[in-house]
Design a protein around this ligand. Structure first.
Ligand SMILES: CSC[C@H]1O[C@H](OP(=O)(O)O)[C@H](O)[C@@H]1O
Length: 245
């Protein structure tokens, strides 16, 4: 089943006809919220609010392992993750389908392979996002009439504070084009579970130092409002073209 993870500004999906709530406790603890199962545009889908509903868990407090395992146990076979991001070299308001990711987070539980008695797998992560799912997302973006930026690199920072201007300069030198706080370890946990995973990011502010003003939650919320409406339209288009069981 197609699954969506909603982040900042996407705690619920309008248009989702709710069928079931999976309140799953995994061996790593509880997911941020029950996994909602329903129908979107006639397709069965799952939805999980990454930070909980209401949004209470900060990016470093999200139990990423529980979230990903709960989605798998609820029947997810592929995941589209939605993220609000700062734009390093991408304009505010743009939708982005990143192709790469760099992990700057620390201290997060970032693997399922933590049991010395279980066989260890060093997963290949050269291409973190599933190519076929990205192609379908491009079709959905086109169907929804939403312009997007194809490619680029997501910098996953620790948060919850925003970055300094010098940190953003360094992230840019590293090749990052957008910055957020939740892409890792979420993306690699999906890979470890062998779940195709792709990110759909909405740029909600110029990253630190990219505009000569402070970043405020008010400006972010203003962009989130219209931006997440476009994201919902893209997810609905993706569901509409999803192969039926
Ligand atoms: C200033 S908002 C920061 C907040 O928004 C992003 O959340 P998500 O990736 O779940 O959409 C970012 O990672 C931070 O958690």
């Amino acid at each position: 089943m197609l699954a969506f993870i909603g982040g900042t500004g996407l705690t619920r999906i309008e248009g989702l006809t709710l069928r079931k709530q999976h309140a799953i406790t995994t061996r790593f603890g509880e997911a941020s919220a029950p996994v909602a199962e329903g129908e979107l545009n006639g397709a069965p889908v799952l939805f999980l609010a990454r930070h909980g509903d209401p949004h209470v868990r900060l990016p470093h407090q999200v139990n990423y392992r529980a979230n990903m395992l709960a989605l798998k146990e609820a029947g997810a076979t592929e995941i589209v993750a939605v993220n609000a991001v700062g734009g390093i070299s991408v304009d505010t308001g743009a939708l982005v389908l990143p192709e790469q990711i760099i992990d700057y987070t620390w201290g997060r539980d970032g693997t399922f392979f933590d049991d010395p008695d279980e066989p260890l797998v060093h997963v290949d992560f050269s291409w973190p996002f599933d190519a076929a799912l990205r192609e379908r997302l491009k079709g959905a973006l086109a169907a929804a009439g939403a312009p997007w930026v194809d490619g680029g690199c997501y910098a996953a920072t620790q948060g919850p504070r925003l970055e300094t201007a010098a940190e953003i300069r360094r992230l840019e030198q590293d090749g990052n084009t957008i910055v957020g706080m939740t892409g890792m370890p979420e993306a690699v946990l999906a890979r470890e579970l062998q779940l195709p995973y792709a990110m759909l990011s909405l740029v909600v502010n110029p990253a630190a130092g990219k505009a000569d003003r402070e970043i405020t939650m008010a400006e972010i919320e203003a962009v989130l409002h219209g931006g997440m409406a476009r994201v919902r339209a893209v997810l609905a288009a993706l569901a509409a073209h999803h192969p039926r069981p």
